[in-house]
Design a binder for this molecule. Structure first.
Ligand SMILES: Nc1ncnc2c1ncn2[C@@H]1O[C@H](COP(=O)(O)OP(=O)(O)OP(=O)(O)O)[C@@H](O)[C@H]1O
Length: 289
């Protein structure tokens, strides 16, 4: 549970106080598929342009607590820009982002992990000359959202170490913790990136193409890991993914973006049968759907 919410999931003063007027009951019509009061993550008319190009076009989404939501769409549909605006990597041109009912749109990117929102680290964000363990430990220590309480009589760094080792075990990273990050194979680097995101103890985890460049075996293992993150850690997961086998097998709901707009949201079987979705994928993915 984030420190931005109480046990009932209601927003507390922590975030709301800085954004008076944008409190839990103010979340405006996010996603028709999800009751606004159940949405742990919501966007309201989120919009982002680059000059003449509209990358994200008034997107309203509501993601339920504990849900695994896939965001799919053809190349250039706006998926990564949507993530960037949710994470604060890019400011939206218009629209709002809500976490636990509180408006976080104006919160800086570096604050988002402290609010319970994390995105997996990409390979180019790893400290490649540091060990696998150090990469995770530095996140545990700097975010201080790790699942431990401060104890004056314990060595703080050793607690960070225990937590980091636990997370490496959780993601099934198949290498000794002393391995330098740069020496990890690609699939393990992606797992390390997920362990680092989990080290912030998020409530909502955004994963941007976690299986890209992986072998079929590693892709299946990663899909299983993502399900475990939802089922065993109880996180809400939002996933951008091009592999339709993964998307269809693990998602609770799928939202389809096309030219910046959400053209459909629903369970996998509904999305597979949706003609507008089929039309959006005139290319190779059409057959896969
Ligand atoms: N920094 C930028 N400057 C200008 N245009 C951009 C920028 N980032 C994205 N775009 C444009 O915004 C649109 C959406 O791009 P985006 O990368 O979000 O799509 P995507 O769905 O993630 O694509 P892909 O599946 O290929 O990664 C595209 O037309 C892209 O060219």
């Amino acid at each position: 549970m984030s420190d931005t919410a109480d046990a009932s999931g209601e927003a507390t003063d922590d975030v709301g106080a800085t954004d008076a007027g944008h409190e839990a009951d103010a979340v405006p019509s996010p996603d028709p598929a999800v009751d606004p009061t159940d949405a742990v993550l919501a966007t309201d008319e989120l919009h982002r342009t680059f000059g003449e190009v509209t990358a994200v076009d008034h997107v309203s989404l509501g993601v339920e607590r504990g849900e695994l939501r896939a965001i799919i769409g053809p190349n250039g549909a706006g998926k990564t820009t949507l993530f960037n605006t949710i994470m604060g990597t890019l400011p939206p041109t218009d629209g709002r982002v809500f976490l636990d009912g509180a408006d976080v749109t104006d919160r800086a990117e570096h604050e988002r992990p402290h609010l319970g929102l994390a995105r997996s680290f990409q390979s180019n964000e790893l400290f490649e000359d540091q060990t696998v363990l150090e990469n995770v430990r530095v996140v545990v220590q700097t975010t201080q959202r790790g699942a431990f309480s401060f104890d004056l009589f314990r060595d703080h760094r050793s607690v960070g170490r225990e937590r980091a080792l636990e997370l490496l075990d959780t993601v099934g990273l198949d290498a000794p913790p002393t391995t330098l990050a740069k020496n990890l194979p690609h699939g393990n680097q992606r797992r390390l990136g997920i362990a680092m995101a989990l080290a912030t103890d998020p409530e909502v985890l955004l994963l941007d193409e976690p299986t890209s460049g992986m072998s079929p075996g590693a892709t299946t293992a990663t899909a299983t890991l993502i399900e475990e993150i939802r089922d065993e850690l109880g996180l809400t997961v939002v996933l951008i993914e091009h592999d339709m086998d993964v998307v269809l097998s693990i998602s609770d709901r799928i939202s389809v973006l096309n030219r910046g707009s959400v053209i459909a949201t629903g369970p996998p079987e509904e999305i597979q049968a949706n003609d507008a979705v089929q039309d959006a994928y005139l290319g190779g993915m059409r057959e896969e759907l």
